[in-house]
Design a protein around this ligand. Structure first.
Ligand code: SF4
Length: 337
């Protein structure tokens, strides 16, 4: 028997395609759609359609350099750096020479943005110094971000002065329950970034099979409310040795649905919708992918590009081309400098 297409879902998607965003109630309806249904396929098509319009058909590849994997006291139950997990032990830091070499290679590759990632246990003074050195190496036009501990205004101001344009920062799924960080600490950092003139990249993440459509909707609208330069949805990667490992992972199809729904919920802005981690997500509205080197919270090796899960710039480029995207030439078009 032919299954009738759900007209309510059709109408919500059509409103989403206008690019003005959706209400929380409409977004919840879309997150409740079964991932293998014909309605889900329509949602994925619409997410891609709106993202192509938002970014003139041009995707971006942002480059992450993980500076350390020193055990982190914040105890996020999904993260390989957390002291509560058994994925890693001890202290490991890249020296500046290696970091600058990675930055040079990424510039030659054609990265659209550079990001320095640290655990919350990394010395702040060292991070400021590293930002200054990387800024010198990559020139003034390339956006430079940090992904680090929560920050006071004094700290965001110091990073801005050293040459950082913004930060990746997120309220994690079940923050304060699956992590030891209160939500308020995260939102204070958002405010301190804005007060220092730094832009925000954020995401609904890490989404596991246990998270409900209601929780994902709430997180989506929290992200939209921060007025980020880039955002989207990322599924949790189950890392062996972490406390949430046994809960497993969502499928790539589910991730693609969520990426498309985020785009429709957010509207035509911002230009950048993440995370393109498969051809399927890149064909469902995700136009921002991350190339990764150095340490990585979703990995257990010291350098993620050496036998780990970190994707190279060339792999991400291939993924976008296979999904019908061109790639921005030069510094990110999605970042306000
Ligand atoms: S996610 Fe960040 S804050 Fe949490 S344990 Fe990992 S490095 Fe620390």
């Amino acid at each position: 028997m032919t299954q009738v297409f759900d007209e309510e879902i059709y109408d919500i998607v059509e409103r989403g395609l206008l690019g003005k965003g959706l209400t929380e109630a409409e977004t919840l309806k879309l997150y409740q759609v079964p991932e293998t249904s014909k309605e889900a396929a329509y949602i994925r098509w619409a997410g891609q359609e709106l993202s192509l319009r938002a970014a003139d058909g041009k995707a971006e590849i942002h480059a992450q350099i993980g500076l350390n994997s020193t055990i982190c006291p914040k105890n996020c139950k999904f993260c390989s750096f957390a002291s509560c997990n058994s994925s890693r032990k001890g202290k490991f830091e890249l020296d500046k020479k290696d970091v600058l070499e990675y930055a040079k290679i990424y510039m030659e590759d054609g990265a659209n943005l550079m990001l320095l990632l640290t655990t919350a246990s990394y010395s702040f003074e060292k991070l400021v110094d590293m930002v200054g050195s990387v800024r010198e190496a990559i020139g003034d036009d390339m956006p430079l971000l940090v992904n680090t501990d929560d920050m006071t205004l004094e700290r965001t101001t110091a990073l801005r002065a050293a040459g950082a344009n913004g930060a990746y920062h997120a309220v994690r799924m079940r923050e304060g329950v699956d992590t030891e960080i209160p939500v308020e600490t995260r939102t204070e950092t958002f405010a301190n970034l804005a007060a220092a003139g730094m832009s925000l990249s954020t995401c609904v993440e890490p989404v596991g099979p246990e998270h409900t459509p209601e929780e994902i909707t709430e997180a989506t609208f929290r992200c939209i409310g921060t007025h980020p330069v880039s955002a989207g949805v990322g599924k949790r990667v189950a890392v062996p040795g972490t406390q949430l490992y046994e809960l497993g992972m969502r499928t790539d199809v589910s991730n693609a649905n969520m990426v498309a729904i985020y785009r429709l919920a957010s509207g035509i802005e911002p230009r950048l919708n993440c995370s393109a981690n498969t051809v399927m997500t890149a064909a469902s509205g995700a136009n921002l992918a991350w190339a990764e080197v150095g340490t990585n919270p979703r990995d257990t090796v010291e350098r993620t590009e050496h036998g780990g899960r970190g994707a190279s710039f060339a792999q991400q480029r291939k993924m976008f081309l296979a999904s019908g995207w061109e790639i921005v030439d030069g510094p990110s078009q999605g970042w306000m400098l």
